[in-house]
Design a protein around this ligand. Sequence first.
Ligand code: ADP
Length: 477
Amino acid sequence: MARSLKILFATSEARPLVKTGGLADVSGALPAALREIGVDCRLLLPGYHPVLAGVKNLETALNLTNLPGFGPVRLLQGEMPDSGVPVYVVDYPFHFQRPGGPYQDVNGADYPDNAWRFALLSRVAALLTCPLSPLMDWRPDLLHCHDWQTGLAPAYLHFVGCGTPTVMTIHNLAYQGIFPPELVSQLGLPLESFAVEGVEYYGNLSFLKAGVYYADWISTVSPTYAMEIQHAPLGMGMQGLLASRTNTLSGILNGIDTADWNPPADLHLPCEYSARSMGGKKHCKRSLQEDLNLEDNPQAPLFGMISRLTHQKGVDWVLQVADGIVDQGGQLVFLGQGEATVEQGVRDLAGRHPGKVAAVVGYDEGLSHRIEAGSDLFLMPSRFEPCGLNQMYSQRYGTVPIVHGVGGLKDTVEDEVTGFVFGEPSAHGLWTAVERALAAFADKPHWRRMMLAGMTQDFSWEVSAKEYAALYRKLVG
Ligand code: ADP
C-alpha cells in the first residue's frame, strides 16, 4: 500500500473552535475531507482559550525551549472535537490567551503584538516541518500555510535551508500582515530578506508577501480569482509578484458543508424538501413571508440577499434596482450587517415598501437557512469575490442565484443554466440579469429545470480535497 502523504495544515482559525471568516470553514472541513481520501493531514493552531478548551484529549507533545525571542513554548497534541482530525496547539499564554478575538481586542483594535504572535505560529510550523530539526516521530512531507498569519513559515524554512515543499493559500488578499521594517531582524529573518525579492513590501515587512515569495506553490480559493489577482486592482499591490509566479499559482474552489446545508435534513427549516420532492419549498416561502411581514403571495418572485453589508458585496447596486423589482411584482429580503450607511440604506428601502421588502440587520444563522430555502432567487452582485459560499448554498436549495461574473461566482454559476451571470460592473449590469431572471421565472417548466440543475451540482469538500491531494503529490514528487 502506498505510504500516505503527511501534511501539516498551519492556520490561525478553524471551525468549530475559532472563526472570524471563511478561513475557519476551510480549516474545519478540508483536513477532514483530506483524511477521508487517505491523506494524513494534521492541523497546527494557536492556543487561544477556546482552542485549549475545545480540543479533545489534549496532552503535551514537546517543550520548545530555545525559540529566539520567546520563552518556553509548549506544543500540545489532541483531536478536533467534531472530526477527530489530529491537531497540534502552540501553547504560549502570553501571546494567545487573552480576552477578545484572535486578532483584535474586545474594542476591535488590532493587538499591538500581532507580528510576534503570528511569527511564533509560523516558527513552530517551520520547526515541525524541517527534517534538519527532527523533533517528533511525525514529520510532514509538505507544509500548507494559510493567509498572512502563517506567511513567515516558508521564509523561515528557506533560510534554514530546508527543502520540504510549501503551499501558501490566499483566502483574502486584502489582509497582508504589514508591519514596520525593524521587525525583520527581531523576528529572526536575515536582513538580506528585506528586499523586493523577499519580504519587503512598499518599505514595510509583509507576512503574506513572505509566504507568496518563498512558498513553492501559491493557491487561492477559485480559478478565476487566481487569474484576477495577477492584475490591478484585485492584485492589491502584489499583482507583479503574483503574475511572475503564474506557473506556480492555481485556484481550487472551496467546498460547502453539505451536511449543514442540506434541505432534506435542515433543522432550521419549517419543512424539508429535496430535488425529488419540492413541495416543502413552497411552504418555506410562505413561512418566510409570514415571519417577515411580507404579503402572502406564492406567485411573487422572492429575492433573498444574505451578506456582509459592505461596498465589496454590491449592496448599493441592489438598492438601485430594488424599486424596479418591486414594480415588477417582486419581493426582497435582506439579512446582513456591516457599514452603517449600507445598513441604513436597506432599512430605508424596507420602510418605503412595507409588505414587499424586509430588512433584518444582524447576524442570524437560522434565518440565513430559512432565507435560502424560502427565496426563489438569490442576489450576489459582489464587486469581487475570492470564492463565495451563498451562491453554492442557493443552488443546493433550488434558489436561483443572480451573480456578478467575478472570482468564485463565475466559477460556480453557469449563466442561464444554474443561474444568471452579469458582466458589466454596475447597477445597470445587475438589472439586465434581473430582467432575464424574471422572464425565466414566468416560464414555470424552464424555471424548474434551472432549480434542479442547481440542486444536483456537487459542491462537496470531497471534490476540493482531491484537487489539493493532487497538488500535494505533484510537489512532494
Ligand atoms: P464573506 O466570507 O466575504 O463574508 P462568503 O459568501 O464567502 O462571504 O461567506 C459568508 C458566510 O457568512 C456565508 O455562510 C453567509 O451565509 C454567512 N453570513 C453573512 N452574513 C450573515 C448574517 N448576517 N447572518 C447569518 N449568516 C451570514
